[in-house]
Design a protein around this ligand. Structure first.
Ligand SMILES: Nc1ncnc2c1ncn2[C@@H]1O[C@H](COP(=O)(O)OP(=O)(O)OP(=O)(O)O)[C@@H](O)[C@H]1O
Ligand SMILES: [Mg+2]
Length: 333
């Protein structure tokens, strides 16, 4: 089988994933054909070796997008390209080996009746990696220790309920890393954990990223955390990206009123911005009733007539800031 990872001609320029106008609609029961538009025209590029933050309020579609990238969520329309190839033509099993997912709740990812050792050996057995026995055990020990469970022997025979939340998430990360993936999609990987252990688990992820050249998607509702960890950030609102750019561009010079509002609720790393704080008004509208025009207009302090009628469908380029884009009529496109 051809190994795409080593095809240098494609790896240099082709993004790992590219998403174009992706729609995921869920039918709403007993609604007479209404749908919830969980994803409603997502455009996104995830480059190789990059830490990409996907940020937005609860219900905006972050997890749906993460699942869709691995073919774990059926899509309604649009395109997902992996290494430039349509996901529907790709070998999903191979994609899911190369790109692992880490979920918020380690309890849900782990089998309560399996020991730590068994959990890291299982993916190796499923994918037929390494020789049985000593070779696989050596790999399992190595990934547990890389995830900070040292010495691995102390944890090997324990069950999930015998571990702390932070230790359980380290086991999840180790099991994901056992397959030597090139990328991880981390969906709120620390938000279920005690505040005191969050930094340690994030440190494990970022160390693995640095040492193994992983590409990382980091899904979070915390812009401050995204700023600390990510190379680029995509801000999502009601099923669509509203601003994308480097972390410095999006956090240091936010252009979309939604990004500005999100930033107003986190302690700003840029003290000069603190004077113009805005509080996000109102609730996130329902995904089955997306407002006309700009979907953010009912909550936007800067909305004017055009915002109520015209949808700023494409992300307009911010002048003089390469790669910085925002879907807002106040940003000239
Ligand atoms: N299986 C489903 N059936 C119906 N609606 C769904 C389904 N999964 C998600 N949705 C809806 O799609 C929208 C996006 O959900 P999603 O879980 O992707 O959001 P999220 O950004 O990950 O939120 P959170 O931050 O709370 O995890 C929500 O309105 C949600 O109610
Ligand atoms: Mg989610």
């Amino acid at each position: 089988m051809a190994d795409r990872e080593h095809d240098v001609s494609t790896t240099a320029t082709t993004p790992l994933f590219e998403v174009r106008d992706l729609q995921v609609h869920f039918p709403i029961r007993r609604s007479g054909g209404q749908v919830a538009r969980a994803l409603d025209g997502v455009d996104l590029e995830w480059r190789r070796g990059e830490v990409l933050g996907i940020v937005g309020e609860s219900g905006c579609g972050k997890s749906t997008l993460g699942r869709a990238l691995l073919g774990l969520q059926a899509t309604t329309s649009g395109e997902i390209l992996v290494d430039g190839e349509p996901l529907e033509d790709a070998d999903l099993r191979a994609v899911r080996r190369r790109v692992q997912m880490v979920f918020q709740d380690p309890y849900q990812s782990l089998n309560p009746r399996q020991t730590v050792g068994a959990q890291v050996l299982e993916p190796l057995a499923i994918h037929g990696i390494g020789a049985r026995g000593a070779d696989r055990i050596a790999r399992g020990v190595a990934v547990l220790e890389a995830a900070g469970l040292r010495p691995a022997a102390r944890f090997w025979d324990r069950y999930p309920h015998e571990l702390s939340g932070g230790q359980r998430q380290r086991v999840v990360i180790a099991a994901a890393m056992a397959l030597q993936p090139e990328a991880l999609i981390c969906d709120e990987p620390v938000s279920a954990l005690d505040v005191s252990v969050r930094a340690q688990v994030l440190h494990v992820l970022m160390t693995l990223k640095r040492e193994r050249g992983l590409s990382l998607i980091f899904i979070t509702h915390d812009l401050g955390l995204a700023w600390a960890l990510c190379d680029r950030i995509a801000v999502m609102y009601l099923g669509r990206m509203v601003e994308t750019g480097t972390a410095e561009q999006v956090i240091g010079d936010p252009r979309h009123p939604y990004t500005k509002a999100l930033l107003s609720v986190v302690p700003s790393p840029f003290p000069r911005d603190r004077v113009r704080r805005e509080i996000l008004a109102g609730e996130l509208p329902d995904a089955s009733r997306i407002p006309t025009g700009c979907r953010f207009h009912p909550r936007c302090p800067a909305a004017f007539d055009r915002c109520r009628s015209d949808d700023p469908r494409t992300l307009a380029a911010v002048a003089g800031a390469d790669g910085h884009r925002a879907a807002c009529w106040l940003v000239d496109g």
